[in-house]
Design a protein around this ligand. Structure first.
Ligand code: G6P
Length: 610
């Protein structure tokens, strides 16, 4: 989704801003722009629709220079994808603004500002920020105070950075609902919506908190809280690898990230899984007491993370004997729900910034959950900071919009949570041993599973000309079928639906014909015989099937069914293992179709607006 980069330095900041935007491309966007305060005291703005490279070319041919500047990648919400709607937005050639989030009362603000003589050149909500700040400046306030007064008038979410050409070598930033991180340099300081943007220039960061407004100059950073009081915020040293943004020889980030899964799952287990069980306190200080008292788990997430939660429900109820509810964050936050006794709220998120998930966590705090735990991949993110307990998945930076390694590490985390909660709720010795052993075998099994990649590449040829597809699974493989369908639609734009195969007769069988490939995930578990009956139902109606199966499941290829053998694994980890072939299938289908694998159309990596 939208990305922000800003810099105040003695040197020319153009390269820093453009490199920052490139590093934010993975989040998804449709236009980009930059505004620079030039030596002659004027503002220079360049904006382009399309890729950041188009902006880079325009900035290069303009020979743009500036020591204070702001830049933005926009993912359209209010107003179409046009240059006029791209950020930065100006007010009276004096104030320049970039903004992530949505100013919900922008229509009222527009009317008020129009009545004061302001004209609007875009359809965006953001332009109201520029004019509101300008109005405060005209009242004689310095930039900081003007922004502090302005934000009181905004409803909604914002991470915003503002420059005033009459107050050069300074930006003022404000955060409410959309993340902002200050990067500290030597004699220069930076701002961004994501630390990834600033890794080439600094590793020292301050994560702004809700309601913070900060004034950033070359030598100083002054932060004020919601009440306008000066505050000190912790300086965090980032340990994200500088080259996390490299493709390491792979054609796409997604393929690189698929292949990283054995390594990142190993990292996720390291120091947490011991020979016979979990290391102590892996869910953080005080977690043991919470987990010992959990009687219900409520999981909240969006997208792929939601599928991890769906899978976890099977595990938590089967092994850990606790009841578990799973809900999409955008539904949970807007309905009245009942809180079970001793209920643990678990949010799952790769980014830790998904607006709906964050809002659901905040709501849950009011509703009176016993405690909150987040399973998250980004240290210092909003969900991590606002949850009582946090478990980091350690997948490393995930750049491909379609989530892969974040998902399998989330599942790994959930299996560990199952052990931790189950320990207090009658998890059997046999199940405990089985899960621990399965987790130990997991990284190697993932490696082995990746070796079937070539067969899947061939298979992809058969999908590329299809418009629809059906994914089937049962039990804990049903959410994996859902995730497989999501991957295929995200990156290849083929319509894909997932069904619990027991539901086939209740509707989807009507769709079966040779134009509708049916993908089946079939590990050798207790539901295998039931699944086989469902496969026969499809075959009897002339359906063409692609079955990912354990070799002991005894499926054989024929003219209506192509079987792809997946290495045999322990039942507890089968959902994690079967995820990989489905990821690879989507990847290779997208490759044949020539879609933008890493930045699929219309999608964003981190959805920071609701
Ligand atoms: C977006 C991304 C998905 C992701 C979802 C939830 O839709 O494109 O890949 O699964 O957001 O994101 P989160 O960061 O909360 O896991």
């Amino acid at each position: 989704m939208c990305g922000i980069v800003g810099a105040v330095a003695e040197r020319n900041v153009v390269e820093i801003l453009l490199e920052g935007l490139k590093r934010l491309e993975y989040r998804g966007y449709d236009s980009a722009g930059v505004a620079l305060l030039q030596d002659d005291g004027t503002l220079n703005r360049i904006r382009r629709t399309g890729k950041v490279q188009e902006l880079v070319d325009a900035v290069t041919s303009d020979n743009a220079l500036g020591t204070t500047g702001i830049a933005h990648t926009r993912w359209a919400t209010h107003g179409g994808v046009t240059e006029a709607n791209a950020h930065p937005h100006f007010s009276a050639e004096r104030v320049a603004v970039v903004h992530n989030g949505i100013i919900e009362n922008y229509l009222d603000l527009r009317d008020q500002l129009r009545a004061k003589g302001y004209t609007f050149t875009s359809d965006t909500d953001t332009e109201t920020i520029a004019h509101t700040v300008n109005e405060e400046l005209k009242a004689g306030h310095p930039l900081l105070k003007a922004v502090q007064n302005s934000v009181k008038q905004f409803h909604g979410a914002y991470g915003t950075v503002i420059m005033d050409k009459q107050d050069p070598a300074k930006v003022v930033v404000a955060r409410s609902g959309s993340p902002l991180v200050i990067g500290l340099g030597l004699g220069e300081n930076f701002i961004a919506s994501d630390q990834m943007a600033l890794l080439p220039v600094t590793r020292r960061f301050i994560f702004l908190e809700e309601g913070d407004v900060a004034e950033i100059t070359r030598r100083e950073v002054n932060i004020f809280d919601q009440a306008g009081q000066p505050v000190e915020r912790e300086i965090v040293e980032s340990n994200i690898e500088h080259d996390a943004g490299d493709k390491a020889g792979y054609r796409h980030y997604m393929l690189k990230e698929i292949h990283e899964q054995p390594t990142v799952v190993r990292n996720a287990l390291k120091g947490r899984l011991e020979e016979h069980g979990l290391a102590p306190d892996i869910f953080g200080e005080g977690a043991e007491n919470v987990l010992a008292n959990v009687k219900h788990v409520q999981i909240i997430a969006c997208g792929t993370s939601y599928h991890a939660g769906m899978t976890a429900r099977y595990w938590l109820e089967q092994y850990a004997n606790v009841s578990c509810g799973v809900e999409i964050a955008s539904e949970f936050r807007y309905r009245k729900s009942v809180v079970h006794e001793n209920s643990l709220l678990v949010t799952i998120s790769q980014s830790g910034e998904t607006a709906d998930t964050l809002a659901a966590l905040r709501l849950a705090k009011e509703l009176g959950y016993m405690s909150s735990l987040t399973i998250c991949n980004v240290p210092g993110s909003s969900l991590v900071r606002e949850s009582d307990l946090a478990f980091m998945t350690k997948a490393g930076a995930e750049i491909g919009v379609a989530s892969t390694k974040a998902f399998t590490t989330q599942l790994t985390a959930f299996l560990m949570l199952t052990l931790a909660i189950g320990k207090h709720n009658g998890l059997s010795e046999t199940d405990s041993k089985q899960i621990v052993q399965a987790l130990h075998s997991l990284p190697a099994k993932l490696e082995e599973t990746l070796t079937i990649s070539e067969g899947i590449e061939d298979l992809a040829e058969e999908f590329a000309d299809k418009n629809h597809s059906l994914f089937l699974g049962r039990g804990d493989q049903y959410p994996i079928a859902m995730e497989g369908a999501l991957k295929l639609k995200e990156i290849s734009y083929i319509h894909a639906e997932a069904y619990a195969s027991g539901e086939l007769k209740h509707g989807p069988l009507a769709l079966i014909d040779e134009e509708m490939p049916v993908i089946v995930v079939a590990p050798n578990n207790e539901l295998l015989e039931k699944l086989k009956s469902n496969v026969e139902e499809v075959r009897a109606r002339g359906g063409i099937m692609y079955v990912f199966a354990d070799k002991n499941a005894r499926f054989s290829s024929d003219e209506t069914m192509r079987v792809i053998n997946v290495p045999h694994c322990e039942p507890a980890i089968a959902p994690i293992i079967y995820t990989l072939p489905l990821q690879l299938l989507s990847y290779y289908v997208a490759l044949i179709k020539g879609t933008d694998v890493d930045q699929p159309r219309n999608l964003a990596k981190s959805v920071t607006v609701e």
